[in-house]
Design a protein around this ligand. Structure first.
Ligand SMILES: [Zn+2]
Length: 391
């Protein structure tokens, strides 16, 4: 009965239409993208991650705690939901798949599945929230085969004010009751407490390929145009708009969608990130201070700029690995990636953005001497997914 009702209400998988799941975390969902009930087979651009999870399902060894780690807008939160869908779907069409029409899939899509446990990562009262979670997890799943908690963004557990919460979480992370899974979603696993990290299985998400970004943006546009409520707003983005958004987005569908919505802002972010890079390479104090102050005091935008910078370093690191450049060169890029994440963390922790960025630039300037004459952002885009994702 439920299935009949759901068939008409859950269009996610009808007609074999592919789901728009890569990177619907972060800004993607903010952009109003209704998340369909997707299985792991619908997660695009992260083959290593989905393969690892499907293998775990196949062997009945889905880990109790995962750390989904990777840049913003690469599908981490979507993947967590897909794992939940696959664990609970009543008629999975494939291993790791979700039918999109059964009662479990329907409840997940409508946001009413009682076994997907929300966790409020807002800073005030985080420790109390952990206590509530621990109490809740003393009980088995209400109706599904498995229950799941998604902590997103788990980065907030790295803040000095969240130490109590993080410590209280440790025991639950170590051995939750059977059929209970926790997924920590982070852009910065290295900033989390080592005790938290070591209790989780870490899966790394990579930036999406330009082709995939283009495909997803086109599908966004088609979905918008086929929606009678928005069709009056006019035609979708032009090919030039798509190109520009993809170029600016550096592998993040969240950034690509933001770019289409506000290209000026992303253009500004990209240029500021390039200026930060140039300043770090120059190593000159006045230039460092000037570049840092150009970031401005808007925390959200400062974090977007640093996300852009992180992706520039990451792209260069992938290339360094592919070209088997000297280890020192790779290590300096890894240090730069860490410094960028630390600065983002500090900004989330209410350090003034220009101050955090200046500190970061000084650190990077010290670790990147051999890169000063080789602009990271000026090379053509590499083939994604072929390198190890090193952090
Ligand atoms: Zn299903």
């Amino acid at each position: 009965m439920a299935r009949e009702r759901n068939t008409s209400e859950s269009p996610a998988q009808k007609g074999g239409a592919p789901s728009h799941t890569a990177g619907s975390d972060g800004a993607g969902s903010k952009a109003g993208f209704a998340a369909p009930t997707a299985g792991l087979s619908d997660i695009l651009g992260q083959p290593a991650v989905t393969q690892a999870l499907c293998d775990a399902l196949l062997h009945g060894r889905v880990h109790h705690a995962y750390l989904f780690d990777g840049p913003e807008g690469t599908g981490k939160a979507s993947c967590a939901r897909a794992l939940f869908a696959a664990l609970n779907c009543l008629q999975p069409p494939t291993l790791g798949g979700a039918c999109g029409t059964c009662e479990s899939c329907y409840k997940l899509a409508s946001g009413s599945h009682p076994d997907l446990i929300p966790f409020d990562m807002s800073l005030s009262g985080l420790a109390d929230e952990v206590d509530r979670l621990i109490k809740r997890l003393q009980f088995p799943p209400y109706e599904g085969r498995a229950q799941m908690v998604i902590l997103d963004p788990a980065d907030l557990l790295a803040m000095p004010t969240a130490v109590t919460a993080a410590n209280r979480l440790l025991k639950t992370l170590e051995e939750p009751r059977a059929n209970t899974h926790l997924v920590l979603v982070t852009t910065s696993a290295s900033s989390l407490l080592p005790t938290l990290r070591s209790r989780c299985q870490r899966l790394r998400f990579v930036p999406l390929s330009d082709d995939l970004l283009r495909d997803l943006l086109r599908r966004d546009a088609e979905a918008t145009l086929s929606d009678p409520a928005t069709v009056a707003e006019g035609a979708g983005p032009s090919a030039a708009d798509l190109d520009a958004a993809i170029q600016l987005a550096q592998g993040s569908i969240g950034a690509a969608r933001r770019a289409l919505a506000d290209r000026e802002r992303l253009q500004h972010n990209a240029e500021t990130a390039q200026a930060l890079l140039a300043a770090a390479r120059s190593g000159r104090a006045t230039q460092l201070v000037e570049a840092a102050s150009s970031v401005g005091s808007d925390r959200e935008q400062a974090n977007e700029i640093l996300e852009h910078l992180w992706l520039l370093f990451h792209r260069d690191l992938r290339r360094a690995v592919q070209e088997q450049r000297a280890t020192a060169s790779q290590e300096s890029l890894i240090a730069a990636l860490r410094a960028t994440r630390s600065a983002q963390q500090a900004i989330r922790g209410y350090t003034a953005a220009p101050l955090a960025v200046e500190r970061m630039l000084r650190h990077i300037a010290e670790t990147l001497p051999e890169h000063r004459r080789k602009p990271v952002g000026s090379r053509p885009s590499p083939t994604p997914g072929t390198s190890r994702h090193v952090r």
